[in-house]
Write a protein that binds this ligand. Structure first.
Ligand code: GAL
Length: 472
């Protein structure tokens, strides 16, 4: 009897292993030569580049990151590599006209950037008119020069005064954010049709409240869930605030505003395809980083669960009606396996078979195809709001851009409704805790002289755009 049971168990394990090994979690991807002229994109597809205020503007000295720059971890190390501070960063605040010209020279017809909340609103209820006018001028300049502004309202930073009050941990943050959104929609509405409410809510919550390497540097998954829930509520209110306020059609397509959220998708795969615990690890991370937010937009319920660690579920009625478009930020894939010492007890690491970026991320273009399939929601167009590579190897950058653009085309042929692509970053920038060393830019920036130079690996992007007939 026992022997029979053992035989059945062993057979079951063997069968499970075989089944797992053949379970399809990848897409067939051939490394063929790509002919730029034959990449067939619709004429109105947007070709752009992205930045975010703290990373390029300079003089962001009233937000939570300016506090973070001056603080130290428990081991006495500075929070940012080598104690670097962004200072003037790429001085985009003063040089935005020139930078927009650089984008236009490549043929780019859309620019995603963020407005710095702490500059617009340096104290509760205090609005800086000079800063608001600056952003109005920037959006006007974009329109005059044939580039659509895509404005991000929250890109990882909050004003220092709100940081002191608990930031997005605190439910009041939702109303503070919507006050800011009303102000921006009122001021920029005549120039802007595309609004992104929140950049990468799950990454923001994980970095600040699970890994603890972004402000406020906590390690508490329960709080991370609360923060994410508040961010989704903030998105909900912002969506309605913009629709109420922005009634002017800036680009003449008959629609005054289109509001979306920007979602990062990371591909999590089992390290060993035949080993069930690795599949479980990949699935857990996929739920926490990717699915929890996407599902909230399908079900009006935000659920963030991990056995014995966090169990959060709350309804956000009407959330599923708040996406006119969705932004996808895609960078990489991780392999996963159980590991007691890692966050959530799952180790994630890049495949050694793939080329790696200077961030230590695997180059995995098939992942963009998979991410696009994952993020599609019924009737919601997709913009790729970030994709790019930190490298000093310009052949690798060229290859990266070409293969990722091809992956988009493949996804579109398989009925993904993709409307635009933003390479990130337009310029080398201050890469959060990594500082200045990780160079993502299409344009190299000499941070001493502020000189910009188009990188060899970025030429291909210009060629792709020019081949589609878009020239300055
Ligand atoms: C995203 C973020 C960007 C940039 C990028 C690469 O999470 O939105 O600002 O830092 O990652 O690290």
């Amino acid at each position: 009897m026992i022997i029979n049971l053992i035989i059945v168990l062993v057979l079951a394990v063997i069968l499970l292993t075989i089944w797992l090994n053949f379970r399809h979690n990848d897409v067939k991807w051939s490394d063929r030569k790509i002919d730029i002229a034959k990449l067939d994109f619709p004429r109105d597809f947007l070709w752009g580049a992205a930045t975010s205020a703290y990373q390029v503007e300079g003089a962001c000295d009233q937000n939570d990151w300016s506090v973070w720059e001056r603080s130290f971890a428990e081991n006495a190390n500075p929070r940012i590599k080598g104690g670097q501070k962004p200072g003037l960063a790429a001085d985009h605040w003063n040089r935005y006209r020139n930078d927009i010209d650089l984008l236009r020279q490549m043929g780019g017809n859309a620019y995603r950037f963020s407005v710095e909340w702490s500059k617009v609103c340096p104290g509760p209820g205090v609005w800086d008119r000079r800063v608001i006018d600056h952003y109005i001028e920037k959006c006007a300049y974009l329109n005059e020069n044939g580039a659509k502004p895509f404005v991000t309202l929250h890109h990882f930073t909050i004003p220092a005064w709100l940081f002191e009050r608990g930031g997005f941990e605190h439910p009041d943050s939702v109303n503070y954010f919507s006050d800011f959104v009303y102000k921006m929609a009122e001021a920029l509405g005549p120039y802007v049709d595309y609004w992104a409410t929140i950049n990468e809510p799950a990454v923001y919550a994980m970095m600040g409240w699970v890994r603890g390497i972004f402000p406020p540097g906590k390690q508490d998954p329960g709080l991370a869930a609360r923060v994410l829930n508040n961010l989704l509520k903030a998105h909900f209110q912002a969506y309605h605030a913009i629709h109420e306020t922005d009634q002017s059609d800036a680009d003449g397509d008959g629609v005054p505003c289109k509001v979306g959220i920007v979602k990062n998708i990371t591909i999590f795969d089992p390290a060993r395809k035949w080993w069930l615990p690795d599949w479980v690890g990949a699935k857990i991370l996929h739920h926490l980083f990717n699915q929890s937010v996407l599902e909230a937009f399908l079900t009006d319920r935000f659920a963030f669960n991990l056995k014995n660690i966090v169990n959060f579920s709350q309804k956000i009625p009407g959330l599923s009606d708040t996406l006119d478009w969705i932004g996808l930020n895609y960078y990489t894939q991780y392999l996963c396996k159980p590991d007691r010492k890692s966050d959530f007890k799952i180790k994630m690491y890049p495949s050694q078979k793939a080329a790696q970026t200077d961030m230590g991320w695997a180059v995995y273009p098939a992942g963009l195809y998979r991410a696009l399939q994952m993020i599609r929601l019924p009737g919601v167009p997709i913009y790729i709001t970030e994709n790019g590579i930190a490298t000093e190897d310009e052949t690798l950058r060229q290859d990266f851009i070409l293969k990722h653009v091809e992956a988009i085309r493949e996804a579109m042929l398989d009925s993904c409704d993709v409307r635009g692509y933003f390479y990130r970053s337009l310029l080398d920038n201050f890469e959060w805790v990594e500082g200045f060393d990780k160079r993502f830019g299409l344009y190299h920036v000499d941070f001493e002289t502020q000189k910009r130079t188009l990188k060899d690996g970025a030429q291909i992007y210009k060629e792709i755009i020019h081949a589609r007939g878009h020239k300055k």
